[in-house]
Write a protein that binds this ligand. Structure first.
Ligand code: HEM
Length: 136
């Protein structure tokens, strides 16, 4: 078995489940009637999902660097798509962590706004992923 491909495949498994967690967790919170206990579990899911995206995204780059001594040669639209994903991931993990730390004292309106932002960030990153895939 090709170890390099195995590395990419296992990284992709983490990346795919992370993507499901950040999109699904935010949508579930908006969809279901707001209940603070459930929201907290969903916030953990989303926060860990964003962490998984950052770690597995970095792992993609690390595997390429290990085998080729450089990062993949991408340009133009692919770079923009990657930058959007990284920006979404940094904003997403920060917002989710803030939610876990502070949401208990927030109004229902503010909590919903933050979930809307988390859903928007995850949808933006997922859309950017398609452009990164097909323009690199
Ligand atoms: C630090 C943030 C991230 C980095 C560095 C990163 C990096 C990457 C890389 C290098 C690939 C492989 C690209 C290819 O196959 O050509 C990839 C694929 C993918 N990423 Fe990310 N990613 C990040 C965040 C995210 C986020 C937040 C999501 C979704 C919410 C996401 C969803 C996907 C999906 C669905 C694929 C597979 C695309 C396909 O093969 O069709 N990524 N990512």
């Amino acid at each position: 078995m090709d170890i390099q491909n195995l590395g990419y495949a296992l990284t992709q498994v983490v990346h795919n489940f992370g993507a499901s967690a950040v999109v699904g967790g935010a949508v579930a919170s908006l969809w279901l009637a707001p209940r603070q206990e459930l929201d907290r579990s969903l916030a953990w899911l989303v926060c860990l999902g964003w962490a998984a995206q950052i770690a597995s995204g970095a792992a993609f780059g690390a595997i390429s660097f290990y085998y080729y001594g450089k990062f993949p040669d991408i340009g133009g639209l692919a770079i923009t798509a990657l930058a959007i994903k990284v920006a979404c991931a940094v904003a997403g993990i920060s917002l989710a962590a803030l939610y876990l730390l502070r949401a208990a004292s927030w109004t229902a309106t503010l909590r919903r706004r933050v979930w809307l932002m988390l859903a928007g960030l995850s949808a933006t990153a997922l859309t950017a992923a398609a452009f990164l895939r097909w323009f690199s």
